[in-house]
Design a protein around this ligand. Sequence first.
Ligand SMILES: [Zn+2]
Length: 475
Amino acid sequence: MIKHRRPLSVLLAAAVAAGGTVLFAQTPSIDWQRVETESMEHFQAVLRFNTSDPPGNERPAAEYLKQVLEREGIPTKVFELEPNRLNVVARLNGNGKKRPLLLMGHTDTVNVDPAKWTYPPFSATRNGGYVYGRGTVDDKDNVAAALMTMLLLKRSGVALDRDVIFLAEAGEEGTTRVGIQFMVQQHYSEIDAEYCLAEGGSVLREGGASRYASVQTAEKIPHGIMLTATGTAGHGSVPLETNSILRLTQAVVTVSSWKPPIQLNDTTRTYFTRLAAVSPPADAARYRAVIGNDPKAAQDAVDYFAKSDPRLASSVRSSISPNIIQGGYRINVIPSEAKASLDVRLISGQDPEAFLNEVRKVVNDPAIRVEWIPRDVRPATPSARLDSDVFKILESAYARLYDTAVLPTMSTGATDMAYLRAKGMQCYGIGPAVDAEDGPKGFGAHSDQERIRESELHKFVRFHYEVVRDLARAQ
Ligand SMILES: [Zn+2]
């Protein structure tokens, strides 16, 4: 992949013009080689705790982190809603001139099928320049980087304009009630901050070169809709046009083929603009069409994405995926009821009730009930600001350390940042560089196996530290 320098220099010029962005690394006497040894030690230690969720059991990992922070003289507390599901909070105090910065990572991981792993999933085996283990890129990389940032800031003795808070949370992978929900609902004062850095971003490498950095600044809102079709029951030997399964399947096809309007926001507009700047001409034309003034061209581009890159198609509109279908109980009986559960992801800002009514109109069948399914609905939140100090410092650090431009991204899935954004916190998802080729090989987050390049872990630790230092140190 050819690297396009123009957009990067444009971005840099904009950053310089905006002022206040530190484009040079002030070099306190940090021995980065020693930092690498120490980072690897903590990273491997945390990887070796089996925190797969369920059941989670984050306690040993949390206790390890607490002990490392306290050994350094950093005040640390733990909070638990349930035994063995510990959240760790540590704080470096600033002078209070600015509001705090929160560094967040989750210590739990998704489950594993050990039979699929070349190296045992909690062995943190180092081989060929990689570290293998569940959590290497989701999310013990962020935990390790945030931990090292706390240690390095403390040691540097640098004066801070704002508190820097460390949160290693439990339960991100499906049990948020013991993690972020518990912390937000019962201990918010411990983590209250102006800004948060957490998971959800990365630097995309293709063919060994950085293509762009993505910083998560927005996400879609999950909802669920149930379609319930009713009809007359009867003998299967006499087909009925009112068969509930027949009606339901027609409705599922109709609603799944429906194309809700394209809805862009700051994040997606900027994303497509910058993606076009680093893409080959044919792709770039489609990215520009999405944000352009020609509705037909925009629609054609989104139709193209629906086949070639469905995530992009989902990022510009509210979406519906039929994921559960239930009906019938024996071969010779026409069932009087059948149900379909639709996974709905709304673009933030879309009024849910208006969307539900649209779905009713699209289904257009009085024999089908269309209603919400109770679901753990995360709050709808606006995008994080793209003109904040954080975003500018991230842009400058990605340019300096990765020589790459930043694309703000909207997750189609939901993250724990939604709970913080709902409190007004500006949250940004970051992460280390990953090779585009690694996912399809089965080494990505939530894959059969998981791994990180050692060199990219170390680079991310340095990046993390420099970003936090530039955001927090006294001016
Ligand atoms: Zn994660």
